[in-house]
Design a protein around this ligand. Structure first.
Ligand SMILES: [Zn+2]
Length: 127
């Protein structure tokens, strides 16, 4: 075995950070056991839920933009725009209302909110 590999393995066992982390994880697991069942989302986040709601709180937090017009939309509409790389009002203004409506996930109820977001920036849908 090459020397650096040996020291790597050795070091790994001794990293206090990792040791504390695994200890903490175990502790949290026990503490949460009573609150619900342990679930692991497709991205590998562990979370506890007592209901049948499959949403992972970590993913939801990561996905939800904190500001901008995307944050005002529901998840399907937001995904539809993100898939089209429409992330700003300026990008959105390059499309017509009808092109946006054609996207899967965008319903007529999404349009007034989008128009409002455009208007705030002095923009509008392409005619
Ligand atoms: Zn997740």
């Amino acid at each position: 075995m090459p020397n650096d590999l040996v020291s790597k393995i050795f070091y790994r066992f001794l990293t206090p950070y990792e040791y504390v982390k695994s200890f903490k994880a175990k502790y949290l697991e026990q503490a949460h056991m009573k609150k619900g069942t342990l679930r692991i989302c497709e991205k590998g986040h562990k979370y506890y839920k007592s209901t049948d709601c499959p949403a992972c709180p970590v993913c939801e937090k990561e996905k939800k933009p904190k500001e901008g017009f995307l944050s005002t939309l529901g998840a399907p509409a937001r995904r539809a725009l993100e898939n089209q790389k429409i992330l700003t009002e300026k990008e959105l203004s390059k499309y017509s209302k009808y092109e946006i409506l054609k996207l899967h996930g965008i319903g007529p109820s999404s349009i007034p909110g989008l128009e409002k977001a455009l208007a705030v920036k002095g923009l509008s849908f392409r005619k």
